[in-house]
Design a protein around this ligand. Structure first.
Ligand SMILES: O=C[C@H](O)COP(=O)(O)O
Length: 247
């Protein structure tokens, strides 16, 4: 039985003071210890959010990181900085990073390996565009992303990773994938992982769905055999996030 993960991705929202207020407003209502609750927050919010979340079940995640430990990489944040600040998870390869910051599969694979090296749990994002879905290439495209992300990652290390399937056309659009569409791709990702590793390893890796998850659709999505929780954008900034955590 895989433990569910409900992760919020705040994206570029919340100043440090707003972030602390949000954690304080939500913390009692997300105290569901039956699931893993992760708040992935902007870099500048990490320190105050870790402090505000002390003594709660909330894990703090980063939305991105760089692949070097330190040095002349102006504006970047290293994995050891995240660990030292109290971060446990890191989103890797969100479609917004791929689209706006041109992060490609090869670079993202380096990030996955770097996160693992630092015992950070990478939340590895994948997902197709609307055009790819309409062309009928979703499963092959996502398989390519998964194979690239896990290149050179051992089965033992893969167990400490999380996949998030996020169809790009469902992100922030209010257009949620149907449960059948979401389950089909998540099941296919599990098969891809089985091909890369083995049945046992694939059966233990958590696969989340992301894309317009809200308090009303979470329960049905999370009831699917291969959907082990959600990566939530917009709704993670509202009291509604508690309804998702307590689906
Ligand atoms: O990482 C989260 C996703 O991009 C989903 O965002 P959304 O829930 O606002 O559609």
């Amino acid at each position: 039985m895989r433990r569910k993960v409900i992760a919020g991705n705040w994206k570029m929202n919340m100043t440090p003071s707003e972030a602390v207020k949000l954690v304080n407003d939500l913390k009692d209502n997300v105290a569901n210890t039956a699931v893993d609750v992760v708040f992935c927050v902007p870099a500048i919010d990490i320190v105050p959010v870790v402090e505000a979340a002390k003594g709660t079940n909330i894990c703090v995640g980063a939305e991105n990181m760089y692949i070097e430990e330190k040095g002349a990489y102006t504006g970047e944040i290293s994995p050891n900085m995240l660990v030292d600040a109290g971060v446990s998870h890191v989103i890797i390869g969100h479609s917004e990073r791929r689209q706006y910051f041109k992060e490609d599969d090869e670079f993202l694979n380096k990030k996955v390996k770097k996160a693992i090296e630092h015992k950070l749990i990478p939340i590895i994002c994948c997902g197709e565009t609307l055009e790819q879905r309409e062309e009928g290439v979703t499963l092959t495209f996502v398989k390519g992303q998964i194979k690239a992300a896990y290149e050179g990652v051992s089965a033992a290390d893969a167990l400490n990773t999380i996949v998030a399937y996020e169809p790009i056309w469902a992100i922030g659009t209010g257009k949620v994938a149907t449960t059948e569409q979401a389950e089909e791709v998540c099941a296919s990702i599990r098969k891809d992982l089985e091909e890369i590793y083995d049945t046992d390893t694939a059966s233990k890796i958590r696969i989340l769905y992301g894309g317009s998850v809200n308090g009303s659709n979470a329960a049905e999505l999370f009831a699917q055999e291969n959907i082990d929780g959600g990566l939530v954008g917009g709704a993670s900034l509202k009291p509604e996030f508690a309804n998702i955590v307590n689906y």
